[in-house]
Design a protein around this ligand. Sequence first.
Ligand code: C2O
Ligand code: CU
Length: 435
Amino acid sequence: MNGLKLTRRAVLASGVAALALPRMALAAPRTLRAEPVSAQILPEGDGKTAMLGLNGATPGPELRVKQGARLEVTFENQIGADSALHWHGIRIENAMDGVPGMTQEPVPDGGSFEYSFVAPDAGTFWYHSHSRSWEQVEKGLYGPLIVEEPNPPQVDHDVTVMIDDWRLDEDGTMMGGFGNMHDFAHAGRLGNYARAIPSISQVRQGDRLRLRLINAATARVFPIVLTGVTGKVVALDGMPLSAPRDIGQITLAPAQRMDVIVDVSDTLRFDFPTQGEPYELGRIDVVGENPSPILGSIPALPAANVATPGTPDHELTLRMEGGAMGGGHAGDDIWAFNGHSGLPDTPFARFNRGETVLIRLINDTAWPHGIHLHGHHFHEVTEDGALGDLRDTTLLNRGETRDILCVFDNPGKWLMHCHMLGHQAAGMKTWFEVV
Ligand code: C2O
Ligand code: CU
């Protein structure tokens, strides 16, 4: 069901070194200009792809800011349609959340908007269009947003790895049909060509790396196996784990992130496992040897300052419904939450600031969904009822149920939606209000 076709194109692609996109850690630019760009998604020498990007490239520039510092960005829209930028995973002031029609007016073509916010948590985040996102994100309107710890863990390279898939013709042309109902009713718009693009292409044997994996795909859940390295997972969705954890096979739903710290022994490959040979998403080559490798075990990152949930003040159920091969529902679009499709006029629930809420997420459909809450992180509750990982996006496979616990302490209007962006467009979204 992975849909990645090992065409001649893909096989060729897997043989070349990673694309070296210029994503340098310069001071964050003051302006992000959204505009049409031409990108070399296929290997060098093959056709380019007409896409959307920021400041001339997709992904857009890597924004870096120190924890607790204010990021100020003028967003200029020159894509020929309304747009807005959402700062995914940042516990942000509501007015800066970038949701057109809810937290701001859409930014028209030729218009601009001043984003200004403090980044309270150190970690790996990203920004993306939140306007016709199933089309604009698919076309490349996104980039990484890194919030640096005051004292980052010692590594030789801090590497961002953007992961995505695209639906391309042999000549690199992006296929149309962005609002395709068949895609929306199934897994979403899956690409036929996928890459993991690291921000550097070479390291030395013995180097210690921090890899910041970001799944920017609009629909695909990526399984990833790292080869050539050993190490630990240290954060999920920008939130440090209390203790580093074995890596194993990685699963990243759309919008999810993972930070791993690894020591390099051989060519680092990002592999998508398949029944046969793995599909190589990307690689970092090894040249030379580090004469003085960083020794010692991989440390935990400093804990985030997120409120600990108390006894729930409210318990809610959110049932995912609809889609192909699923049961019916009372909503008027392909997907629904609790029988309602699309954004309701009134919030799904309203909380007083600081209340703890338990939400039982039930996937009553035949498809996986990655459910994202804006403005907060929540704990996944483990099978045995313990407080699990802090996340902003949680993956539920078909038939799965998961409780999440959230302290709603950020005032404003906050979306909760499926980050399979076609599902969101076709009804799977709602909102909460914190007063
Ligand atoms: Cu990353 Cu509402 O989105
Ligand atoms: Cu979904």
